[in-house]
Each structure stands twice: as C-alpha cells, then as structure tokens.
Design a protein around this ligand. Structure first.
Ligand code: GLC
Length: 757
C-alpha cells in the first residue's frame, strides 16, 4: 500500500514502513520505522518539509525532478532523474540492523564525510563517526583512524553528468563503506536509532552542496576581523607573556587580529574563572589588548571541576544539570581539572544557563570562545570519551542514552554558547570555535581540525580534509598552522603559513612543551617569509569576507575542490594538493621539505600566474617553480577580485579597495560591504556593487553599478591586469593615461571603462 501523507507518501512493506517526505523537488527524505511513525530529526535539520507537486501511479512516485520506483515488499527504492537516468538503487534495506546497501553505478568518486584524514576521493574506503578526542588514543592523526572529532554523515556521489548527496540523519555511531568491501556496493548504517536519510539530487555538485546546506543550515556571516591572522599557544601562561606576544606582533609588523588564551588562564582549570595571580587586572589587560587592535578568545571546555563551593559546579548540581550514569547518579569523569562533570546540553534550560555563564568574561572584554574537548573527552575511559551508557534527559523529561546524544554533544554546546553570547551582546556577531561537531554545526561555530602534528604529512593532509569539510557544509575552517604536536621548524612554518593564508580560519597554535612557533621564532628569513604571506592574507580579507557572505547565503565553501567548478573534467576528481579559493583563485601549496618546484594542474581556460601575470592555457599540467618565499597561485582570466590595503589589524586604517580585473574572459563580481561586526546588515545596512567585464574580440568593457547602497563605500581603485601595451583605455568617454600599475581611481562608482585592443 502506498498512501499519500501531508508531505509525501507512506508505504507499508513486509517488515516495516517507509515514509517518503519531500523537502524540495530534489530533496527527498526516506524514513524507515517499524510502526510507521516518522522518526524525530536530529538538530542538524534546519528546515521543514515542503508541500511540493508530486504524483503517484502504481509503485512510481514523481516530483518535478525525480522519479522514485518502489519495491513495496522490501521497501527498496530506485531513484531516477526526469530523463530516466538511474541515480541510485537499493540492494537491501535492513530495519533491524539499521543498515542499507546501495549499488555503486556510475559514481567516479565519493566525497564529504567532514573531517577525515586520507585522500579527497573516498571511493573504496570505509569510515565511521563517533566523536573522539583522537590524541587521547593515538599518538598521531592518520588515515587508518576512522573516528575524528566530528560526525558528518553526509556523502556526495559524483560523475561528469550526474551527482547526488546522501545525508544520513542519525546521531548514533554511524558507519560507511563506500565500495571497500565490494567495489560495487555502498553500505551505511548505525548502531541505533532509525534508518532515516535524505537524498539530494542535482547534476551539479555545487548545487548539491547548496541544497545540503539548505537542509542543514548555513554558517552565519562572521565578524570580518576574525578573518585576520590569529595567534595561539598552549599556553600563554601569564599576563606578561601574552602582552609580550601582542607587542612583538606590532613591533615585527605582523598583522594580527586575534590572540587566544588556552586552559592555563583559568584558576585550577575551572571554567568561567580567571587566575587573577597570573592574569591580574584581567579586564584592564583585555582593554589594553583591544587598544592595540587585538581581540581576545578564551578556551571553554565542557568539563566542570568537581569542587565544593565552586559556583559553576554548585549551580549545575543544584539544578540537576549534569549527565547521569546508568544508576541515576551524576556521572563523574576526568578532564584537565581532574574530576569533572558534564552539562547535559540536551536541555534548553541547561543551554541557557551555560550561555549566561559567559556574562562575566564578556563583561571583561573577551570577544570569542573556543570550545574544546567537547566530544566530550574523558580521561577515565578506554575510549577517552564519556561512556555510552551514561544518560541524558530531554526537555520533555525523557531519558536518552549517551549513545544517541554523544555525536551531538559538541553541537549542543555550540548552540548554548552561540545563543548565550548573542543574548548577552545581541548586536555583535559571536565568534565560537569548536572541535567537536555534527552535521549542521556550521550554523553556530567555526571549526578547526584538532590536534595535528608539526609534520609535513599533516600539512599535505589538511587540504583534502578542508575540501571535504567544505563539501560537508563547513566553510569557516582551518588547521593549527605550524602543526600542534611536537616541534616544528622554520621551513615547515613558512610553508604552513603560505597555505594557512588561504584558509578561512588562520590560526597558529602549538602544544605545551613544544618549542615556540610564533613567526619570529625561527630567524629573520622565516619571519620575513611568514610576514609576507600574513600580509597577503590581509590583501585578500575583503575577498574572503565576500566568500563568507556567499557561504552564509548559499552554502558554497571558500575552499573548493577543483571539480566544484570543473565537474566535466575527471582529472580534477583526484587532485588532493590544490584547491580553489572561491571560484577563480587556484592555490597550489608546497607541502614537502626542500621542495622548490611542483606540478600544477590548471583546469581548462586561461590562468594568470599571480606573481608574474604570465598567462597559461589550462587543461594540462605545468611545472612551476616555488622558491621558499613563494607558492604557486593562479588567477583565472575573467576574474574580478577585490584586494585591500594591508593593516596591522582590521579597522586600523581607512580601507582602500582595489578591484583587480584580469582580462581575457567575461566576468562578473558583486562586492559586498558592511560594518563587519554587527547584525545591522540584516536590516539592510550593507552595500553591493556589481562589476561586469565583457571581453570581445576588439574591446573589453568594464562597468559597475551600485545595486544596494546601505553602507559607506571606501576609497576604491580599479586595476587592469593582463593589459596589452598598445591598448587604449577610455573611461566615461575620455582616454586615460594609466600609471605603472594600471590602476584607475573610481570614486564615482557607476563606471564605464572601455579598453580598445
Ligand atoms: C586539546 C586541544 C588543543 C589545546 C589543548 C589544551 O588538545 O585540541 O588545541 O591546546 O587541548 O587545551
């Protein structure tokens, strides 16, 4: 029997029920249960089902873009696009095991699954999701480890013509076999809960990501200054040390916006306290830092020290806010403060309380919060996380096993923190950095990839991880620059800073006991070369900010695999060591020691060498020199890219933007401007200027138009790149004499430039 329901259909099979529920024409949920009830979604799901046009005849259901054929007896489905091309077919559905097998038909690659080591293309591999403090168990992150700090049960199947995504909405431990055991069989399942997944179809991968982030939500627009360089260490131990770092940054002329305090700023690792001996007159210190242009972020771990009289512990105990053991007693584990208890963030009351606890630190001037150990880590267990048999209670008072909530814990903490901080300062965009996450956590926090090691292998491994995180909905991401565990060296830091300059979160961090890793720690040459790239980062701040805006609106990540824009070129499916930073900038880092040259794959089209403006025809590999002070970067002809004047920190000086027009192709770019910090943009206080470049055989025209005028426009210039010496440049009817740099002042923004070739 197939019955119409409010947003889809319900099918009764031999062993249970399948609910098909539409979230859009191309987003279909397949929710299985024994009793026909629709399972409760995890917090990953950010939208409601939609009433879309659909029809059913016999065992065929149709929407505008999909045809679903149902095997009623076994509750298996085959999904076709409207041209009748087979997209996906079930081999078996096992409700009892909560497991499904699907045929691998045309997929050339599988991608996504968030933060995982290994290569970009996950076809032929298997993995699982159980948020883990990896360093608690393994000495070094590597590709044989399956469980990392985050669980994002989402993958994409890709080919030239077809693409889809499958999001498995299950927070228990989930596992995926992407053609490892049998090369034409894909299997996924969970240790508990329901078989409840969403199939997202579009023939373009970028549209699949857009739809996936429609379903699970998009990152909020971040503060612009948090896109600046960030310096961290476990730990800057006292006020003097931190102030010294701040002064040195300025003295060495290294742009830097954010400094961090790791766990040692607290009194006995008690969260929401400050050790006032080491960090005396804390408020005064934070305000001095602010005066120098630094924002301060402090770490907050979820483990609350068990100590009579400690107000946080006592408040939580009094209100029964902690996770319980199986006997109903408060569960006591162990983290940095020794014996610790863990807030049960599943309940709104607990989240509100936690949020309010940030009041004091915010009052002291702290501007960001770093949520760590939120898998949640626990030193007392073999798994080094809070045990599965502990229990939570939801808002309805129902008991939930930790096995179900574990993977959500970091996200629930991020919700508590984001919402709490926003309630305290409603018109400032919160900055939250998290280690543990679930699908959808991008709505609340930026993410870093945990405890990497200062080895070249981890620099290299970060790229496929970033690209897969991007495909999994995360754009505001980064890794510890220089590597966290162990001692780095100058060359490694130089190369890592080069790559880091093009990751949205750009933070240098290192472990306690390791040698210092700030840019000046390895001599003059390293200082010069790292400073150079930190400055380049500041050149690209507005560009990156605009990418973040794009991520917040349509989910496109800043870091993209090449196939994001060149899906019809299969060569791009396995390129691990290059990425697109937005659509038109190709970043090709050096990730090996003593290496001064590398192969670069240029996708089809014309590419400019960023440094020399030499033009290359793409669709091939080229060999590129990469001296230690440089890294191959290419810009696509037709690109229009804003660059900024460099500052020591965002807001230090009046902003000046140069609009760089790379000739040789048509191009378009919308520049977005706002105050970079408040939510006023939601009330229309922003400006958008659209630039259009049309490149024909005889002439190029560049025009601009202010399409929204809600925020002040800075001083702007336009720069023409790739200009032939003999070309004439005419602006608003008059021929221009260009300076050496080929820049033009464009105070009047409705420009009309013609370049006669
Ligand atoms: C964890 C974090 C690391 C931090 C350390 C001390 O290992 O991943 O970044 O420095 O704890 O708080």
């Amino acid at each position: 029997m197939i019955k119409k329901t409010e947003f889809g259909y319900k099918i009764e099979g031999e062993k249970g029920f399948l609910n098909i529920i539409f979230y859009d024409n191309n987003i279909v949920r397949f929710a299985y249960s024994n009793d026909g009830e629709i399972p409760v979604s995890t917090p990953a799901i950010a939208v409601e089902p939609k009433d879309i046009e659909c029809s059913q005849e016999g065992n065929i259901i149709k929407t505008k873009s999909l045809i679903i054929e149902i095997d009623k007896k076994n509750l298996q489905v085959s999904i076709f696009n409207k041209n009748g091309e087979l997209l996906n077919r079930d081999i078996s559905v096992d409700l009892e095991k909560c497991e499904i097998e699907k045929e691998i038909i045309w997929e050339k690659g599988f991608y996504g699954l968030g933060e995982k080591y290994g290569w970009l293309n996950k076809k032929g591999t298997e993995t699982s999701n159980w948020n883990t403090d990896v360093m608690g168990i393994f000495p070094v992150h590597n590709a044989t480890i399956k469980n990392y700090h985050t669980s994002i049960p989402f993958y994409i199947g890709l080919s030239k013509k077809l693409c889809y995504g499958i999001y498995f909405d299950n927070s228990f431990r989930t596992y995926f076999d992407l053609g490892k055991t049998k090369d034409n069989v894909l299997k996924f399942g969970a240790d508990g809960g329901y078989l409840d997944y969403y199939f997202i179809y579009d023939d373009k991968v970028s549209e699949v990501v857009k739809a996936y982030t429609y379903l699970t939500g998009r990152m909020p627009l971040p503060r612009k200054d948090f896109l600046g360089y960030q310096q961290c260490r476990w730990s800057y131990e006292n006020r003097e040390e931190l102030m010294e770092i701040a002064k040195r940054m300025r003295a060495e002329n290294i742009p830097c916006d954010v400094l961090y305090l790791d766990i040692d700023y607290m009194k006995d690792y008690k969260v929401f306290t400050v050790d006032s001996d080491k960090f005396y007159e804390f408020k005064d210190m934070v305000s001095k830092l602010k005066g120098m242009g630094f924002k301060l972020v402090v770490i907050i771990d979820p483990g609350v020290k068990v100590e009579d009289g400690y107000w946080v512990y006592e408040q939580g105990k009094e209100n029964d806010f902690y996770i319980k053991d199986k006997n109903g007693e408060v569960y006591i584990g162990e983290v940095w403060p020794g014996k610790a208890v863990f807030p049960d963030f599943l309940r709104e009351k607990v989240r509100k309380w936690w949020g309010e606890l940030h009041l004091r630190l915010i009052g002291d001037g702290v501007e960001g919060f770093w949520n760590d150990m939120n898998e949640p880590a626990d030193f007392t267990t073999e798994s080094k996380v809070v045990p599965e048999d502990t229990v939570h209670f939801n808002d309805q008072g129902e008991e939930k096993s930790h096995a179900e909530i574990h993977n959500l814990y970091g996200m629930l903490e991020a919700i508590a923190t984001y919402e709490g901080v926003k309630r305290i300062k409603p018109n400032v965009r919160p900055f939250i950095l998290t280690r543990a996450a679930f699908a959808g956590t991008q709505r609340y926090a930026a993410l870093w990839t945990g405890d990497n090691t200062s080895i070249w292998e981890h620099l290299e491994a970060s790229m496929p991880m970033f690209m897969n995180l991007g495909l999994s909905g995360y754009s505001f991401i980064g890794a510890d620059v220089g590597g966290f565990i162990g001692d780095g060296n100058g060359e490694l830091l130089t190369r890592w800073t080069q790559l880091g300059a093009f990751t949205p979160l750009f933070r240098n961090h290192s472990v306690k006991g390791s040698i210092n890793q700030e840019p000046w720690c390895f001599g003059e040459e390293v200082l010069e070369n790292t400073r150079k790239f930190i400055k380049i980062r500041y050149n690209f701040i507005t560009y990156l900010y605009n990418l973040m805006r794009e991520s917040s609106i349509n989910g496109h990540p800043a870091i993209r695999p090449l196939f994001y824009h060149y899906q019809d070129d299969e060569e791009t499916y396995n390129i691990n060591d290059q990425f697109l930073f937005g659509e038109n900038i190709l970043i090709c880092p050096i990730t090996r020691p003593y290496t001064r040259v590398r192969m670069v794959y240029l996708p089809k089209g014309i590419w400019y060498d960023y440094w020399t403006l030499e033009r290359f025809e793409g669709g091939r590999y080229i060999i590129k020199e990469a001296p230690i002070d440089s890294m191959p970067i290419f810009i696509k002809a037709g690109a229009i890219i804003p660059t900024d004047n460099v500052m020591q920190y965002i807001g230090e000086k009046e902003q000046e933007i140069t609009i760089n027009c790379y000739l040789g192709q048509d191009g378009e770019y919308t520049l977005y401007l706002d105050d970079g910090i408040s939510f006023d943009y939601e009330k229309g206080k922003y400006t958008e200027i659209k630039f259009i470049m049309k490149d024909s055989e005889k002439e190029v025209s560049i025009t601009s138009e202010v399409i929204k005028d809600g925020y002040k426009i800075p001083k702007m210039k336009l720069k023409i790149l790739g200009l032939d010496e003999n070309s004439k440049v005419i602006m608003n009817g008059e021929e221009l004499k260009l300076d050496n740099e080929n820049t033009i002042d464009i105070d009047k923004l409705n420009i009309d430039i013609k370049i006669i070739k």
